[in-house]
Design a protein. Structure first.
Length: 116
């Protein structure tokens, strides 16, 4: 059974940093794209960042460009999100997403709260 486990969320003051981690288990094929998404209360889930495993090209949501960095460890089927210069509007539940050629998988989410 596939399981994605996220960690690293929490409460931080504006201007601070957090690093999110997500590790997958039970995936027997290669991951093609790793990603992070977030959902704030009353809003739709939105893209934070993705990274293509083959070649490492990245894509970021406009609101996080220059502040967040996505990286991956394909051997561990793990993806990370370094979040710097956090703002109150970054407050949301952050979800890990990992895609293979056949399926996409989601983590359970980790809460990030940025206080002003």
């Amino acid at each position: 059974q596939v399981k994605l486990v996220e960690s690293g969320g929490g409460l931080v003051q504006a201007g601070g940093s957090l690093r999110l981690s997500c590790a997958a288990s039970g995936v027997s094929v290669s991951i093609t794209v790793y990603g992070w998404y977030r959902q704030a209360p009353g809003k739709q889930r939105e893209l934070v960042a993705t990274i293509v495993n083959d070649g490492g090209s990245t894509n970021y949501g406009d609101s996080v460009k220059g502040r967040f960095t996505i990286s991956r460890d394909n051997a561990e089927k793990a993806v990370y999100l370094q979040m710097n210069s956090l703002k109150p509007e970054d407050t949301a539940v952050y979800y890990c997403n990992q895609r293979t050629r056949f399926n996409g998988y989601w983590g359970q989410g980790t809460q990030v709260t940025v206080s002003s």
